[in-house]
Ligand binder design. Structure first.
Ligand code: ATP
Ligand code: MG
Length: 443
């Protein structure tokens, strides 16, 4: 098959504009058919020239010589020109229709003994090799033309245009051999097309299987998500109902005040959980908005929103923002990411620490922005660290949340085409490092 690849690469493809084929996304099976058309033109010229030289020596009739010369000098160059220009359907149609007429003229002047009745079959086989079954209209047209011509030839005994028997000495053998060779070529092409389509189908099937598997996984995740979320939402509601009953029976105003404060906590928890679900769904559904990110104002908003945390005021915050290049990214997602990380630093502070502190370092280059958030809190044990970005994962009993925060952070960082890494040591520090590409430099 190497010789075939060599012929395809070195000769046939010279007549095809591969760039326009790939620009139009022509499927590979169609490319094989176009190559066949080129091969047919070249083989016809090669065989035809040999035939003509021998024919002229045997005093072939003027009509047949003219027929060949016209076919070689007009039809074949025109078909090759159309292929080069990318008009493949026109090229095929012209080859089929004028090719039939060419064969007809030759057959109608050579007599049945010449074997031209056999050679007419070439056109019928070629039809099936040239067109895919979707082009059945072309197939029907070509078959109609060829069978009409064959009927005319049969009824006139292949002598409609004369009875040139000068070439009968070798004509039958010539037609016999060319018919066999062309048939081999056609069946080879049909098999190759079939093989390609089979491969494509297997590929598609595999893709479908893996899509199916990932859908199954997603479905399972969704199941557990619904289960966990409804459970997490029911917990504060049950506490709220309990507190309502207590308040109803309580007379002491101070105790009622305390119970109401506890109710407020439950409501905040519920609200936080609902907010997290909204964040997740917004991240999945909404497209990226790119705007220059104003880190100062985003951080101010976050600290204000998180001021209800016990540690919010007492914690020492060192903020360094060095962004000579604006980060063009999605403000909503950036804010949600920072909010989750900062609230974690507030939540997981170390009571024994002399001075709970948090460092936020933001720096930018033309290509990306790096955000570093570090605290001196309780830290994360090494064995849990690889799971902290998992859905519903909590690594500490100091956590009162649902373990969704870092999952949301990771999902959003990925949506922004960024990366996030975490380093931590128990009772020492936790550090998150995020790198987000600047969208304008990649546009
Ligand atoms: P949620 O954020 O949904 O309210 P959560 O804070 O428990 O709940 P994540 O933010 O996903 O969930 O964090 C997962 C776990 O990682 C936490 O339970 C905590 O154990 C650990 N963790 C996260 N950030 C820190 C941090 N800054 N210091 C120490 N531990 C942390
Ligand atoms: Mg959290």
């Amino acid at each position: 098959m190497q010789i075939l690849d060599f012929i395809r690469g070195r000769i046939i493809r010279k007549f095809i504009d591969l760039r326009s084929l790939s620009a139009r996304q022509v499927p590979y099976d169609e490319i094989i058919r176009i190559e066949l058309l080129v091969a047919m033109c070249l083989v016809a010229v090669l065989f035809g020239s040999i035939y003509l030289v021998i024919g002229i020596f045997f005093k072939l009739s003027f009509l047949i010589i003219l027929n060949y010369l016209l076919f070689f000098s007009t039809v074949i160059p025109f078909v090759l020109f159309l292929i080069k220009k990318g008009n493949y359907n026109q090229a095929k149609l012209i080859m089929m229709v004028i090719g039939s007429v060419f064969m007809f003229v030759k057959a109608a002047s050579l007599g049945r003994e010449s074997g031209m009745n056999l050679a007419m079959l070439i056109i019928i086989f070629a039809t099936f090799a040239f067109y895919s079954i979707e082009d059945y209209k072309y197939i029907l047209l070509s078959l109609a033309i060829t069978s009409t011509l064959i009927v005319i030839l049969e009824t006139t005994d292949y002598k409609l245009l004369g009875n040139d028997t000068t070439t009968n000495l070798y004509e039958y053998e010539f037609n016999y051999i060319t018919t066999i060779l062309f048939c081999i070529l056609f069946f080879y092409v049909i098999l190759r097309v079939n093989q390609f389509i089979n491969l494509k189908l297997t590929g598609l099937n595999n893709k479908l299987l893996s899509k199916n598997n990932s859908l199954k996984k997603l479905n399972e995740e969704l199941d557990s998500f619904v289960y966990r979320t409804s459970h997490d939402m029911r917990a504060p509601l049950t506490s709220l109902m309990g507190l309502v009953t207590l308040i109803k029976n309580e007379k002491d105003p101070d105790s009622i005040q305390e119970l109401v404060r506890m109710q407020e906590n439950c409501i905040n928890k519920l609200d936080l959980h609902i907010q997290q679900i909204i964040q997740l769904s917004r991240n999945l559904k909404t497209d990226l908005i790119t705007q220059p990110i104003q880190f100062e104002s985003i951080l101010n908003d976050i600290f204000e929103e998180l001021s209800f945390f016990e540690q919010a005021g007492a914690m020492k915050k060192t903020i360094r923002i060095n962004t000579p290049f604006y980060l063009y990214s999605d403000p909503y997602r950036i804010k949600t990411i920072l909010n989750n990380l900062i609230s974690n630093s507030f939540k997981y502070y170390r009571k024994e620490a002399e001075q709970p502190s948090m460092d936020i370092d933001i720096s930018s280059t033309k290509k990306s922005t790096i955000i570093l958030i570090k605290d001196n809190g309780i830290g994360i044990p090494t064995e849990y660290i690889e799971h902290v970005f998992d859905m519903f994962y909590r690594a500490s009993n100091q956590s009162t949340g649902s373990g969704l925060g870092l999952y949301i952070v990771k999902e959003m960082v990925e949506k922004l085409n960024g990366t996030i890494t975490v380093k931590s040591r128990v009772n020492s520090f936790t550090q998150f490092l995020i790198e987000i590409p600047n969208t304008t430099s990649t546009i």
